[in-house]
Design a protein around this ligand. Structure first.
Ligand code: ADP
Ligand code: AMP
Length: 226
């Protein structure tokens, strides 16, 4: 089974790799950020409630995210696996996920903060299909427009500097303790997220193919979980 969760700071490249890996494995890419942005765009009651937390770069309340994720995981396409990107983000969410489904792998994307800031401030995406670009590292073929459907690209409101600061702080306070949670369960693999999308993708595949708990970077895993 391919029940995979990606952990790591905002801007590390989780969504980019999840989109590719899910196609390779034939399982859905479940991004709680995308699910929430979609709900906010639709103007549902849940979406409206989530929207102000997202704009400020704060975590959306656990109950609300869980309700959306649980419904998504129940759809038939997730029965044979998924790439979960952006969940869990705190201890309560990890415990809730443990109750809903087992995981086969948890991959921790490692990237220093100055790299994260560079990637986040240049991120633009397509509001129609969700495809993510980077003005410096992965620009669209025609400036400002999606390669796939031509829609004008936009910048996420939470990629502006104030929200980015809050998101990075939230990540380090609430999400990094989860590394220990998954290391204790022998599920955690660390991934060096520097380098091109192809290089990171190759490392990701070899981390997933490695034996559980021994992907050749155990020292980094121990350090990361501290
Ligand atoms: P996350 O989902 O972890 O927040 P994204 O996948 O959205 O991160 O990537 C953040 C930004 O960095 C985007 O602009 C994306 O196009 C770009 N990016 C992703 N992976 C790489 C990479 N390996 N090299 C350079 N830029 C990348
Ligand atoms: P992302 O697309 O993963 O960068 O998430 C964007 C924003 O959506 C976050 O800053 C949060 O406000 C919200 N969000 C996404 N996933 C979660 C989650 N698991 N728990 C709480 N909030 C979330």
């Amino acid at each position: 089974m391919h029940r995979i969760a990606f952990l790591g700071p905002p801007g590390a490249g989780k969504g980019t790799q999840a989109a590719r890996l899910s196609v390779e494995l034939g399982v859905p890419h479940l991004s709680t950020g995308e699910i929430l942005r979609h709900a906010a765009g639709e103007g549902t009651a849940l979406g409206q409630a989530a929207d102000r937390f997202m704009r400020e770069g704060r975590l959306v309340p656990d109950e609300l995210v869980l309700q959306l994720l649980d419904a998504r995981l129940r759809l038939p396409d997730a029965a044979s696996g998924f790439v979960l990107d952006g969940y869990p983000r705190n201890r309560a969410q990890a415990e809730a996920l443990d109750r809903i489904t087992p995981l086969d792998h948890v991959v921790f994307f490692e990237l220093p903060e100055d790299w994260l800031l560079e990637r986040l401030t240049q991120r633009w995406s397509c509001p129609t299909c969700g495809r993510v670009y980077n003005l410096v590292t992965l620009p669209p073929r025609i400036a400002g427009h999606c390669d796939d459907d031509g829609t004008p690209l936009h910048q996420r409101s939470d990629d502006r500097p104030e929200a980015v600061k809050t998101r990075l702080r939230t990540y380090s306070e609430q999400t990094t303790p989860l590394l220990a949670h998954y290391q204790e369960r022998n599920l955690l693999r660390s991934l060096d997220a520097k380098g091109s999308v192809e290089e990171v993708g190759r490392r990701l595949r070899s981390a997933l193919e490695g034996n559980r708990g021994s992907s050749g970077s155990s020292e980094r895993q121990r350090t990361a979980a501290r």
